[in-house]
Design a protein around this ligand. Structure first.
Ligand SMILES: Nc1ncnc2c1ncn2[C@@H]1O[C@H](COP(=O)(O)OP(=O)(O)OP(=O)(O)O)[C@@H](O)[C@H]1O
Ligand SMILES: [Mg+2]
Length: 392
């Protein structure tokens, strides 16, 4: 299934074409085509690729707008048509919509309006099964402080590093969310702004509430007051995740530690993977067993649940084999102990993957994101190598 949205720009006026290309070309997940004047009017046989969106301009030199819209719509019935015009005349706009335009963008076209219009099409196509939906990964710690936040933040940042992949990070640690601290973000809005306006949840509300970050991640913050989290229910989570996965290639959720409620269960149901983060201490291992059992009790399949051991030290008191005996499946991934690097990243509010890409932790996370995407060179590799580079 297609992952990219194909947008054809067929704009005759050079200034207008340049401005629209500038606004669109950096959008993640968009493949931009430049079409000459009246190209679409010649029909599907004359084009190499059928786009999802065709943007045409409304100018006298390109012919009568309404005739052109009808012609293009008859050739490309599935395509969404955007018209760019300097006219604000209501009758003209209504006539264009009747002739087949889905969006009528009045110049100067604002970036936010164009992006939201494109994202609305993306969501609609994903809904109809014509565009791939993003994958959702939940991280939950088996015990407080074992690392779900550090892992969720760095996984999201690593997935976003190519600047082409659209990644959302949602702080679902509603009682004590601190992912914003690791990103050095002071959120202007939080998930509460969505929950309070659920009836009008759409692309522009979601985008408006999320905070941008220099890593390229879009971040949805937990409530600023923990007591507000009582107003968030599983239906809210379902709606938010359903829309988010239509707009992002990857959605990473920090689900906090140990505690499970209706919201986290809903998140797990939507997730492609639920990562239970633990370390090699006896209390954490015991909690991991309990937590995995509890998650399964809520109907989440064992196939989805994966155990990650954080702060793994080779030759520790307990061997990996001894630890694994307690679990229903092998450990999915091991993350090295890298305390000083992680502490300096937390203190600076810069994800370690960005602050220090060469650190042991960062190198490990780069391999981890390959593993979750099924593109790891050695599929048996679990993050840390044993003696003579052997897979552990
Ligand atoms: N791989 C690692 N190596 C060394 N230290 C680590 C590693 N991962 C996490 N830590 C340390 O553990 C601390 C807790 O991590 P983090 O905040 O991610 O845990 P958490 O499970 O989200 O905790 P909480 O229960 O507060 O939500 C970090 O501040 C960091 O000092
Ligand atoms: Mg946390």
């Amino acid at each position: 299934m297609a992952k990219e949205l194909i947008v054809a720009i067929q704009i005759a006026k050079p200034d207008r074409a340049k401005a629209l290309t500038g606004l669109t070309k950096h959008l993640k997940g968009v493949n931009l085509l430049q079409w000459p004047s009246n190209h679409a009017e010649k029909g599907a046989m004359s084009v190499k690729t059928i786009p999802d969106i065709i943007m045409i301009d409304d100018s006298p030199e390109t012919g009568d707008l309404f005739t052109r819209l009808k012609t293009i719509k008859s050739h490309f019935p599935q395509v969404t048509l955007f018209v760019v015009s300097d006219s604000k005349d209501h009758q003209h706009i209504i006539a264009a919509m009747k002739a087949g335009a889905s969006e009528f963008l009045v110049e100067p076209v604002l970036e936010e309006i164009l992006h939201n219009a494109i994202d609305e099409v993306r969501a609609k196509l994903a809904n109809a099964g014509r565009l791939a939906q993003g994958r959702i990964y939940s991280f939950i710690s088996a015990k407080g402080g074992v690392g779900s936040t550090v892992l969720a933040v760095n996984t999201a940042a690593a997935l976003s590093i190519d600047k082409k992949t659209a990644v959302a990070l949602v702080d679902m640690s509603f009682q004590s969310g601190d992912a914003s601290v690791l990103l050095d973000i002071v959120p202007q809005n939080t998930i509460m702004d969505i929950c309070a306006n659920m009836h009008r949840l759409d692309v522009s509300l979601l985008r408006g509430v999320m905070s941008g970050h220099s890593t390229g991640i879009n971040f949805l913050s937990a409530p600023l007051n923990p007591e507000d989290s009582e107003d968030i229910n599983s239906e809210h989570i379902a709606s938010i995740l359903n829309l988010t996965r239509k707009l992002y290639d990857h959605v990473v959720l920090d689900c906090g530690a140990m505690h499970i409620n209706d919201c986290s269960v809903e998140a797990f149901k939507h997730s492609d993977k639920v990562f239970v983060v633990t370390d090699m201490s006896v209390p954490s291992i015991r909690n991991t067993v309990r937590l995995c059992k509890l998650i399964r009790k809520f109907g989440i399949s064992l196939e989805k649940i994966e155990i990650i051991i954080n702060r793994f030290i080779k030759g520790g008191a307990l061997s990996l084999a001894e630890v694994e005996k307690n679990f229903d499946k092998p450990v999915y991934w091991l993350i090295p102990n890298d305390f000083s690097d992680i502490v300096s990243s937390i203190n600076r509010g810069v994800p370690l993957i960005k602050l220090s890409p060469g650190s042991p932790f960062s190198k490990n996370v780069v391999e981890f994101i390959k593993k979750i995407q099924g593109i790891l060179d050695d599929p048996d590799f679990r993050g840390v190598r044993g003696t003579f580079g052997k897979v552990i």
